[in-house]
Structure formats: structure tokens, C-alpha cells
Design a protein around this ligand. Structure first.
Ligand SMILES: Cc1cc2nc3c(=O)[nH]c(=O)nc-3n(C[C@H](O)[C@H](O)[C@H](O)COP(=O)(O)OP(=O)(O)OC[C@H]3O[C@@H](n4cnc5c(N)ncnc54)[C@H](O)[C@@H]3O)c2cc1C
Length: 375
């Protein structure tokens, strides 16, 4: 379900409407983080105006991480990182309910996920033990390349369909969207003139490196390249953590029948274009752990599958920049900014690295709590 925002909103660049008498919340950035945050705010009866350069439905571009992502809910939360565990857990609960009530229309897919660990001493994170159907694989169940493995039931997201669904919800609740590149959070306030915003929520991901009143030098990109296949017969996800240098191999089937295979984690790499040798390496690694990617009609049990076996089902290659941040995500009140001699509260919600999808609703609800503290 591709979403074309401009055609949804007609000739003007303003979509929806705002409530002129309310002092609006101004949300900067409209990836999965800005969208879920905007929805939770508007659901609380607030007037919300969102401003972003990239919007759901745009052609894929590496800088707009939300549309380039896999994406699945497989937490990275360390055993001592209670904040990350809480937002990941809450997001899982919200999405689980969505999948249960909306079925296919949820743009989510429930599936069995296997996590393989190839290095001696590697162990799963505690978070997985709370997932439905959690199971530690016995020695007999282990694949030859794994020293340890666990499985559980989780969800994958059909990213463009899910983002389109969120836009619909936001607009139906009366939210307003402007497409614009801003130079600072203060600059964004021109979209609510003559009002001053009640608060500004910053969800600009890597954009916060350059916004003049944020300039967060802890932010950096982690480049990820994936290959998208059309393989509707694949109904199970898995990750292999054997690779060194941050290389994890993963298989992420989506409800649409597409399967994302990846990936790479290249720190501080701004190359926005897919590298053919990298795609070849991804296909090789993916086939090693999941030979069932090969279309059933050309699969030969006696022969080792090769990347060429996938040629007919490659849909596209995608690059995205994970908005990583030294010290972890920034989810907190920031310094107020002055607009029209008024001091405007600022709340930050950015820097989610490779976990923005699986933590989105939990982070959005944390913003609502932080905003509640302003009332
Ligand atoms: C290959 C890959 C696989 C991934 N897999 C997963 C996964 O399986 N699970 C998971 O949870 N996460 C995954 N992620 C990470 C996830 O995609 C990100 O954490 C998430 O998308 C971040 O969302 P965001 O809304 O903060 O940023 P973005 O989606 O990058 O959105 C930023 C928004 O801010 C706007 N903006 C920025 N600067 C400005 C400006 N100056 N003016 C106006 N607007 C501006 C942009 O236009 C955009 O609307 C993956 C990422 C990649 C690249």
C-alpha cells in the first residue's frame, strides 16, 4: 500500500486542519518516531502540527531511516538497560494488539524468530525470555554453525504500509502536516504562526546534528544495506550473530510476501548507494543460514544454493542510515527556546539507532508523560 501524501492532501502543502484556538504542539520530523509521537499527542486531545522534509510515501532515500528499515521487533536492550527494555516492551504490546485486532491490515506479521549465536560464550539477552513461546534450543536442535540458539514469537513490520497507516490515523484525528526543510527548531515555529507552540517535540533523527539550536555532535550514521526479495513462501525469521565486525545476517519476512535479507553495520559511512559486492555477500550469508530462500521450483536438495538462485526474486537493494548516538537515544526535556519573547519547552525523541521501530510507541508514550509534566 504505497502512500502518496500530496495526492491525499490536494494542491496545498497543508494536510488536515489544526484547531486555531488551541496552542498546538509542534512535532519536527515525521519518521516512525515523529508519527507515533504525533498520534499519541493528538489522541490526548492536543492540536498537533508536524513539519518534516521527508514523508511516508517518498522515494526511498538512505537519510530517511524509517522507510529503509527491515524491520522486525528483535530487541537489543542490554540486561541492565531498563529504559530501553521498557520502551521496547511497550511497543511490542501495542503492535501485538494491533496485529490481533486488525489482522493483515495492521501491516504487521506474527512469526517464529530464531536467534543463532556462533561464538563460544555468546548468550541471548534476558528480554527474549519474556517473549511469547520463548525456547532455548537443545544441543540436538542446534545448527552446525551455532553454539547457542533461542526462538520466540515476534512481529515484523511492512514499513511503507505501516507508515501509511499511521499517516491516515494522524490525519483522521485532525493532525496537520507540512513538508519543509528547517534550519532549527525555532525556524519550524513559522508553521504555527501567529500562534506560539505549546511545546516543540524534536523527532528529526540524524537531522539533529545540523539543527542550529540542537547541533548534537554525539549523533552518527550506521549505514545498513539490505536486499529485498519477493519470497512469500518464507514465514520464519532468523538472525545469525556469528559474523565479526558487527556483521549480523538476518532474514525478515513481511506480510506482503517480501523478505528483507541483510545486513551491514558501517559506522560513520555516508555512502547512500548500494554496493553490488555487499549485496552479493549478503545473499551468500543469508543462504548459508536459510537455504529455503531459493524459490521452491529451482531448489535442489543435493546442491549448495548460490546467490544466482535468488536472481529472479530480487526486488531492490536498499541503503539506510541508522540514527545512532553515543550514550544512546535522547528521550528527555531539552533547553527551552525563545519564540516571540515566550519561552517554549522542548522535548527530544531521537537517536534510536537500529531500534527505532521496535521502541517507537514506548518512546511516544514517554514523550506524552514528559509533556504532561508541562501541564
Ligand atoms: C537497514 C536498516 C534496518 C533496520 N532495521 C530495524 C529493525 O529491524 N527494527 C527497528 O526497530 N529498527 C530498525 N532500523 C532502525 C530504524 O529504521 C530507525 O531507528 C528509525 O527509523 C528512526 O526513526 P526516526 O523517525 O527517528 O528517523 P527518520 O526515519 O530518519 O526520520 C527523521 C525525520 O526527520 C526529518 N528531518 C530531519 N532533519 C530535518 C530538517 N532539517 N528539516 C525538516 N525535517 C527534517 C526527516 O525528513 C524525517 O521526516 C533499521 C534501520 C536500517 C537503516
Amino acid at each position: 500500500m504505497a502512500m502518496d501524501i500530496e495526492s491525499a492532501m490536494g494542491p496545498s502543502i497543508v494536510i488536515g486542519y489544526s484547531h486555531p484556538k488551541d496552542q498546538p504542539f509542534l512535532v519536527c520530523g515525521f519518521g516512525v518516531i515523529g508519527l507515533t509521537t504525533s498520534i499519541r499527542l493528538v489522541q490526548r486531545g492536543h492540536s498537533v502540527v508536524a513539519v518534516a522534509e521527508h514523508l511516508p510515501g517518498d522515494p526511498l532515500t538512505a537519510i530517511y531511516a524509517s522507510s529503509a528499515a527491515g524491520a522486525h521487533h528483535v530487541s537489543f536492550a542490554a540486561d541492565d538497560d531498563l529504559r530501553q527494555q521498557a520502551v521496547d516492551q511497550r511497543t511490542f504490546e501495542v503492535m501485538w494488539k494491533e496485529e490481533h485486532t486488525e489482522g493483515e491490515a495492521s501491516a504487521l506479521m506474527k512469526l517464529r524468530q530464531v536467534e543463532y549465536y556462533g561464538l563460544e560464550g555468546q548468550k541471548h539477552i534476558k528480554f527474549f525470555e519474556g517473549m511469547p513461546d520463548f525456547h532455548v534450543h537443545s544441543q540436538e536442535e542446534l545448527k552446525p554453525y551455532a553454539k547457542h540458539a533461542v526462538s520466540f514469537t515476534t512481529l515484523t513490520m511492512d514499513t511503507s504500509a505501516y507508515l501509511a497507516k499511521l499517516v491516515k490515523i494522524f490525519l483522521s484525528l485532525g493532525g496537520t502536516i507540512h513538508r519543509a526543510r528547517i534550519t532549527s527548531l525555532q525556524d519550524a515555529t513559522r508553521f504555527v504562526l501567529p500562534q506560539t507552540p505549546r511545546a516543540i517535540v524534536n523527532c528529526t533523527g540524524l537531522g539533529s546534528r545540523e539543527l542550529l539550536d540542537v547541533m548534537d555532535d554525539k549523533l552518527y550514521p550506521i549505514r545498513g544495506q539490505v536486499v529485498v526479495l519477493n519470497a512469500p513462501w518464507v514465514k520464519e525469521g532468523c538472525t545469525n550473530q556469528v559474523g565479526d565486525g558487527g556483521k549480523r545476517t538476518y532474514i525478515i519476512p513481511r506480510s506482503s510476501g517480501e523478505v528483507i535479507i541483510g545486513g551491514t553495520r558501517d559506522v560513520d559511512d555516508w555512502n547512500p548507494d548500494p554496493i553490488p559486492e555487499t549485496s552479493l555477500d549478503i545473499k551468500r550469508r543469508a543462504l548459508e543460514i536459510f537455504p529455503e530462500l531459493v524459490p521452491p521450483h529451482i531448489r535442489m536438495e543435493s546442491q549448495k544454493p548460490s546467490p544466482e538462485d535468488l536472481s529472479s526474486i530480487v526486488v531492490r537493494e536498499v541503503v539506510g542510515f541508522r540514527p545512532a548516538r553515543k550514550g544512546g537515544m535522547r528521550l528527555e526535556r531539552g533547553k527551552n527556546i525563545e519564540v516571540n519573547q515566550t519561552s517554549i519547552p522542548v522535548v527530544h525523541n531521537y537517536g534510536h539507532s537500529g531500534a527505532g521501530w521496535q521502541s517507537s510507541w514506548g518512546c511516544a508514550e514517554t514523550v506524552v508523560k514528559l509533556v504532561g509534566d508541562l501541564e
